[in-house]
Write a new protein. Structure first.
Lengths: 167, 167, 167, 167, 167, 167, 167, 167
């Protein structure tokens, strides 16, 4: 638990080696001041822990679940099947697979009809965008957060104009 | 506009030939009684119309935008860059490309950091899940809809038990 | 349940539409007179049913579990994580995905270290070989079955010589 | 702006980190003495800036637009949709994606009918060829430039003969 | 030869079986009233004819060469190496290869630095866009054609608005 | 031969350069105290040695054969065709091929109907899981080993809980 | 055996269902009047028959072996490892695999150093070219055949000129 | 020219940067004492030089042509179209392309019917096997060389037995 306020977003990962990538998501949530938690569980190595987590997340006040996993990345789908919350999947380019996250991408995005997972890009860009997607979802019901999203979008455009100057 | 109540979800597609697939999303939204609209615009053939749509969607009361597109599927990304709303992308297996939606998948999911698109599976399963994801998002702030999601999840499990009997 | 004798092999599939392919496995097991059952459960649509099945399979006397699934095929991995039995995965070329079983192949075979799934070829050839692999495993402790495997291997070679005559 | 003479070719890129690759294009244009400019804008992070650029390029005297972008590379297509000028797309192997420019390639080349983008090879070879393609286009109406193209083609052949000597 | 006026664009193809696809290019050129020709030659089956064609095209008044080819599509590259004109390559999904034009795409687009080929999408969309790219190039020096391109772009946007009505 | 007790599992590899990866399998077998051997033979460079090995393995008391091979990985299939034992294939990401084990994966898993090979993930994860699959097979007839498998499964779940503490 | 004269080329295939494709090779050899035979054997289903064939081919006067196989196409490699003759591999797009011959292509072409297989294109084009490659090899020592190859090459070029007339 | 005796094999490459890989072929030819030459020419940068080379190779006494090329590797096909000699293609993993030789592989192997190229594996293994294939072809008419091939095959098998000792 990173924040005293109750977490609204849970960042789940299948292995502690995924932390350096998934911290990208945490860092965006901190920037938007969204309370969140980091949770470690594996679809395959700790299935019961995963089921317990998924089953209780909504009741604990979690609104959005972000899941990072590599290889045959089943974790996002397995969690999505046991919660009514929106689940965002980040395919990771695991050092244990030479397929560059391509296996994780297909395992995450090609969910059969009925159980949705919102897939992001492979790796850091995906982890960052997962948090931004969570923020956009939470902003639907939080005007302050919506203004922050609008500000973030404007800031990106301004950054480019500044960088043009320095080119 | 399919409903008299103000649409909460906009289903956008790049070509009217995408309608048979994207109707799958509309049909799920009807099942959950979520007011929605169908909107036709192309990232490439009607860029201004696309910008106008994206810029005004939030102000019109739209909460979630679902976008179906094929080939070099830029539409979801282009819309996501001009709205603070959550955008869900459905890669389509366009009859105009022999690459089986693989081009659309990568064009949809591999968004650079900063502008998130929630990618779904290619084709009908993705269109269906896009609507279910929209429903899960809207249910964060609508207890009736949350119960409907819970009911949908239970119903899927029951259907399988019934089908086992008939196997 | 297809046989009065207690099933030794369970053929699991995620959808009744997978039956025409997975029957290929049942038909091989019948040829070798191995008692088996057909079981319908989905990793995503009936996760509890899947956990119950996996948790009880070994206790019921099942020796080998064959699992067919398409798209983001998580079913074999999810079952393998909840049983000590050998699990054989058959990636299916689901009509709901245009990716020709390639998504199912990577989702099945790229299991992270710790939880093994024995992946077979995509589709019918894989379903057939899954059953033959189950028979080879059961034959380790059943001399009659071993002779049947040896006979099957010889028969394949003889068939080719016959077909040469007719070429 | 790299030249006092009005730029004929605009080299556009989505991120300043693309500069080391896109300089390859600038360097060829300098070799052919074609006035050009470097412009930074992103399809997703600065959509308005991109639209303004595309809408005004032809009026400013630009003849050819070269666009480098990585990942879900929408920039060339988005610009091509808002200008009547020929647009050349260079897919980049972005360090933010492990897919080796393959995502950028499909996002650039698989444009739907109606809005053409001329795709080049991934990375440096593509950036170089984009400039050479721009030169070939400009040479249609510039005899001096045509002679320079002919000279460039002859020089490549001579270089190989020299290298044979040193082999 | 399709027009009495001297052809400005040559549409080259490797096999007469490519004609149904490449006619898409001819039809666009007719729409824009650009004189063009159809030329049949193969990089592999008629290399001399190909060299003669490439060597003489510029002298005959041809301005842009469009080349359609399938499988290991070498034709566009081979022609580009023997002419200073801009060459546009259309990868074809040949019925003789099961790889869906993917082989032709990589063979067309991955040109080494020095000899540019402007690659289009696989198949009909690519053939259409090849012609539109040729028109954009020719319009650089032809105000009437430029107005026609502008009109074509506007027309595409209007068509979408009409189709929305009928949705 | 690594153990005085007769080997139950044979770990076969096509090249001594595969040893660092395949040792992962040996190390798991040691952990489970399963007697095993390391055997070097190539489908292509020593076909006779391979046939002799395959033909005699069952008679020597071997129960399961694990085969690691890279590139056009034929070794597992060739052995499986000459033994009635279960054969487990580990596709290797050979340094001699730039295709990241993808060639080895398809060569291992896409076995035609009749001769089964149980394919694992590419590389170390696959080598580890091959040994775990062998252990699960041997445990069908060895209660002590079954308890060890159950223990291994529990241990993986506990490890994750511990790692959560340290996160 | 198709010819009374001793066969110089052996066309080997793994299944009689490959005959319609491999006949393309036979038909070219007939056109060049090269005596040949059709031989049915499988790397996996008849390994002994395959070894016997490979071991005796050179002694029987065979000069070139053409091998067609699908899926994990091991047949060409297995034969090449047991003969000093040149072996030409034709990857087939087997109806038993949805991967469009891509699995067969990698299994055929990615041979490790030491045992060469000459890979052709997937399917009919490959079968035809396999025969043409065999003819080019035999023509090294047969002036009449060399003249026939020269004639074949000229004829291809003439055919294109004729087809141009009919375009 | 590496040998005073007239070269029988020509090793052609598109760039001097390919030399470190293609030397692998030269080194095998030296081992078998086959006179050979190294020739530098590019399909795209020196098309005339390439045509001259291809047109004269047979007349100069060359028997087999080995061609290494990367990216859109047209060189082997272009040469094969202008000579009746057997041409062996080695796809190279060019440092100028991030696609790991996959583009070169498809550009080399997917030759249309009529003009055969014998494709080898990507990179060093392919260069080595290209030379071994050339040797097998030359050995058809040279008993000493045939004995050397037989010896090479035996030696590979012996090496493995030795390496087993050291394992």
């Amino acid at each position: 638990m990173k924040e005293k306020r109750e977490a609204l977003v849970s960042i789940v990962m299948g292995s502690d080696s995924d932390l350096p990538i998934m911290k990208e998501a945490a860092s965006i949530l901190e920037e938007f001041n969204v309370p969140h938690e980091l949770f470690l569980t594996s679809a395959h190595r700790s299935p019961e822990r995963t089921s317990l987590f998924a089953g209780k997340a909504a009741g604990r006040g979690i609104k959005v679940i972000i899941v990072g996993a590599g290889m045959a990345a089943h974790l996002a789908g397995v969690i999505a099947s046991q919660t009514p919350l929106p689940v965002i999947g980040v395919p990771l380019d695991s050092s244990a697979s030479p397929l560059q996250g391509f296996d994780a991408l297909l395992s995450t995005v090609q969910m059969p009809g009925g159980v949705p997972v919102a897939a992001m890009a492979i790796g850091k860009a995906g982890a960052k965008n997962a948090a931004l997607m969570a923020v956009r979802i939470l902003a639907l019901d939080d005007k302050g957060l919506r203004r922050a999203v609008d500000g973030y979008i404007e800031k990106m455009a301004e950054d480019i104009e500044e960088k043009q100057q320095r080119l």
